[in-house]
Design a protein around this ligand. Structure first.
Ligand SMILES: C[S@@+](CC[C@H](N)C(=O)[O-])C[C@H]1O[C@@H](n2cnc3c(N)ncnc32)[C@H](O)[C@@H]1O
Length: 288
């Protein structure tokens, strides 16, 4: 795959997404996140041997507004048959509209990760990106992914582990406290931002074979290329979305939140090295 082809694809999706960002309220934020992380998402996928030889049918579970589904469908071209599944009908409507805008075939199906809208052993690949960190019963969702994947087919889970964070110079104290509070908030909601390290065990217990967990670093390098006002606004918006919940649940006071927000803004101007990581776990359903 040439660099030109990749850059062209990113540009097509970006141009199709921006008009939808303005119109789609809370989903506008997810679309924006998809735009700002498109290169990282593709870099992760392109590093995966299975991505090079992908063919449908493919089920993308917790597909949201379809960022990953579209990348998969684009990669497979005529070989592909991707279905984006989410319990949020509005997100899927956006995914459908976006697919139309970029001229990619994408099926959508409303459904819960615990009861997937697909028959037994029907999928070549079942994949979930940034879904497992939200689930209170990840083993049940993985069992469902296994049910719909054919023997010899692949299951992929891409997610975070919040403990993997390197920063030089180190994060300011309130910024670090904010990160921990967001992790605690997600736990209160039944999720787990430390899911990355658990993916191996989950896949073993689900009876998958040939399991691999590949950790892909995501590095941000200071301000050598100047600052990006849109990316900074997006990060602040991400924080503000959680403000009421963080304060309401007692995880932070309004003052602590304000200080953490100010420190985050200060961090934008800092010429620092920061590294997080994506955990990509893959396993096969044993051949019958
Ligand atoms: C952070 S978004 C990730 C979207 C997309 N996979 C991506 O990589 O951009 C998480 C998505 O999971 C969906 N979700 C959360 N719990 C779910 C469940 N139990 N069943 C189906 N979808 C779920 C949410 O509606 C949301 O669209």
């Amino acid at each position: 795959m040439s660099q030109d082809a990749i850059e062209n694809w990113i540009q097509r999706v970006t141009e199709a997404s921006w008009p939808l960002v303005q119109r789609n309220g809370p989903h506008g934020w997810l679309l924006k996140q998809s735009i700002f992380t498109h290169f990282q998402r593709l870099a992760t996928l392109l590093a995966m041997p299975w991505f090079q030889t992908l063919s449908g049918p493919v089920l993308d579970v917790g597909a949201g507004t379809g960022a990953l589904s579209l990348d998969l469908a684009w990669r497979m071209g005529a070989q592909g048959r991707v279905t984006a599944v989410d319990r949020d009908a509005q997100a899927l409507e956006i995914a459908h509209a976006l697919a139309g805008e970029v001229g990619i075939e994408l099926a959508t199906a409303i459904g819960d990760a615990n009861a997937l809208p697909a028959g037994d052993a029907t999928q070549n690949l079942t994949i979930a990106r940034f879904l497992f960190q939200h689930l209170s019963a990840p083993a049940a969702a993985l069992a469902e992914m296994r049910r719909v994947t054919r023997p010899g087919g692949r299951i992929v889970i891409i997610d975070v582990d919040d403990d993997v964070m390197l920063c030089e110079p180190a994060g300011l104290p309130h910024e670090t406290a904010l990160r921990q509070a967001i992790r605690a908030l997600q736990a209160q909601r039944g999720g787990n931002r430390l899911i990355g390290r658990q993916l191996y065990r989950l896949m073993r217990e689900a009876g998958l074979v040939n399991i691999q967990v590949i950790v892909i670093p995501r590095v941000q390098l200071g301000v050598q290329n100047g600052r990006n006002a849109e990316a900074e606004a997006y990060q602040l918006e991400r924080l503000r979305r959680e403000r009421e919940a963080l304060i309401g649940s007692g995880l932070m006071t309004a003052e602590e939140f304000a200080t953490a927000q100010a420190e985050t803004e200060k961090g934008f101007a800092q010429d620092r090295f920061a590294m997080e990581a994506e955990f990509v776990a893959t396993g096969l359903v044993p051949a019958a």
